[in-house]
Ligand binder design. Sequence first.
Ligand code: IPE
Ligand code: IPE
Ligand code: MG
Length: 248
Amino acid sequence: MPELDTAAMPRHIAIIMDGNGRWAEKQGKPRLMGHQAGVKSVQNIVRAARELDIGVLTLYAFSTENWKRPPLEIQALMGLLKTFLESELATMVRNNVSLRCLGEKDRLPTEVSKIMERAIRETAENSGLILNLALSYGGRNEITQAVQAITQKCLTGILNPEVIDQAVIEQHLYTAGLPDPDLLIRTGGETRLSNFLLWQASYAELYFTEILWPDFRKQDLLIAILDFQKRQRRFGKTSEQAEQTHPH
Ligand code: IPE
Ligand code: IPE
Ligand code: MG
């Protein structure tokens, strides 16, 4: 396998962790078993991201649209999330991981939001990998709440509408202060964004793989990063111009 270029690593990797249900169905197991198996991939990929010295890893764990799933599946997912946070907190503290939550925290069951708040608090000072869990997250919702917050500030006179620019909008997103994702991976074979990071992914390199999330491991992440490193990011410029600003 070719070597990774350590000088050209993505600063921020975002992953749509899809395919848990199909993984389970393929083996004649209930969907929940797929979600359980998916937790192993989360642990493996978080460790890989640390080892690769990635700055930010954002994992799409539950979308605003996923609330439409059968109540039992939602309950099981929330239960898994709670156990995951409880069991991983010490590891995150030890490994200098800083946990954050992107999404409608107040829609999560209290027992989940409690442990989430605690994990965020206890890892807030950590300076290593920033791990964003996108939970009850929707890109359109995120932009809508940013518009509300900005409008509120304008109405109370804190903000002058004339100064609203892209930076102001960014400051009101869940990802305020973080770099945009450079590489966005979706497992499970679908080639859509499903309402993920709509603003932030404007210039992300998209990578789709058929691999179902419970089968996705460090090796697969390395392959995605290698693919990313072969691409030329032009940001609207010509090839020649891009070569001058980001030579290989
Ligand atoms: C992704 O796997 C996990 C969540 C959306 C919570 P799915 O549950 O969507 O798996 P498939 O797409 O049905 O295989
Ligand atoms: C996207 O997967 C959301 C997460 C992985 C959390 P879905 O399985 O919900 O997406 P759709 O419904 O196929 O677009
Ligand atoms: Mg799915």
